[in-house]
Design a protein around this ligand. Structure first.
Ligand code: ATP
Length: 229
């Protein structure tokens, strides 16, 4: 489903963010991407979203080599991947319902389907009662749940979460991880970059550890090794 083959990334300022990274993620996996600050986690996520290009190597998503996509193919490609960030990134001038509906409108979903699906998404993230609230009226955990609902509204095969619990207290962070786990159980491949050792250790999912731009460990049912810090 997702494959990085000998991927290296050197930024324009000469910093080597990734060197010769090989990662293979199967459909339906739940993967934690961990590593110290600067290890290259966000760089991998940006590469998967095709926000940046690798300096060398190939990246496959859904068996398609995305390094050779044409510019006009990129918007369509991005529909394969839902994404949530540490800072939620909701549209401040739209309510919860419209934040989710908007993500569906921009990919051309018929309005009847939007009216059917948004309430399902709100119910999944347990926010049906907040449909008409604006982001600034919500707690951080609620905002992240809206961001999750929006990310999966178009039913992407892959969901990427970049430090999704970073701005949340531990209990609220767990709500988000439990939702990610539920979304994964329903068939979506989930990749979560995180520093949250307690969460990684408790979940016993696959753990890929990066350090200084290389994969130093890749374990099924792994833990957050101490040398990561
Ligand atoms: N746009 C950029 N230009 C130059 N260097 C960059 C750029 N983005 C990241 N880097 C560098 O690349 C390396 C990897 O950064 P990256 O953001 O991928 O790490 P990370 O593992 O996500 O870190 P964190 O846990 O702090 O978010 C770091 O040395 C960083 O300073």
């Amino acid at each position: 489903m997702i494959r990085l083959v000998n991927v290296s990334k050197v930024y324009d300022n000469g910093v080597t963010a990734l060197s010769n990274v090989n990662i293979n993620i199967k459909a339906g996996d739940f993967v934690f991407l961990v590593g110290p600050s600067g290890a290259g986690k966000t760089t991998i996520i940006k590469l998967l979203l095709k926000e940046i290009e690798p300096t060398s190597g190939d990246i496959f998503v859904n068996d398609k080599n995305i390094t050779v996509l044409k510019r006009r193919e990129i918007p369509y490609f991005r529909r394969n991947i839902g994404v949530v960030f540490q800072d939620f990134r909701l549209l401040p001038d739209r309510n919860v319902y419209d934040n989710i509906a908007f993500a569906m409108q921009v990919v051309g979903t018929p309005s009847k389907e939007i009216r059917r699906r948004v309430p399902l998404m709100l119910s999944l993230v347990n926010l049906s009662s907040k449909a008409y609230a604006y982001p600034n009226e919500l707690s951080g955990g609620e905002q992240q749940r809206v961001a999750l609902a929006r990310a999966i509204a178009n039913n992407p095969p892959v969901l990427i979460a970049d430090e999704p619990t970073g701005n949340l207290d531990p209990d609220t962070g767990w709500d988000i991880v439990n939702l990610l786990s539920e979304i994964n159980r329903r068939g979506t491949t989930v990749i979560m970059a995180t520093h949250a050792k307690e969460i990684v250790d408790a979940m016993r999912k696959r753990v890929i550890i990066l350090k200084k731009g290389t994969v130093i460990s890749d374990q099924e049912k792994g833990v957050y090794l101490d040398e990561v810090k």
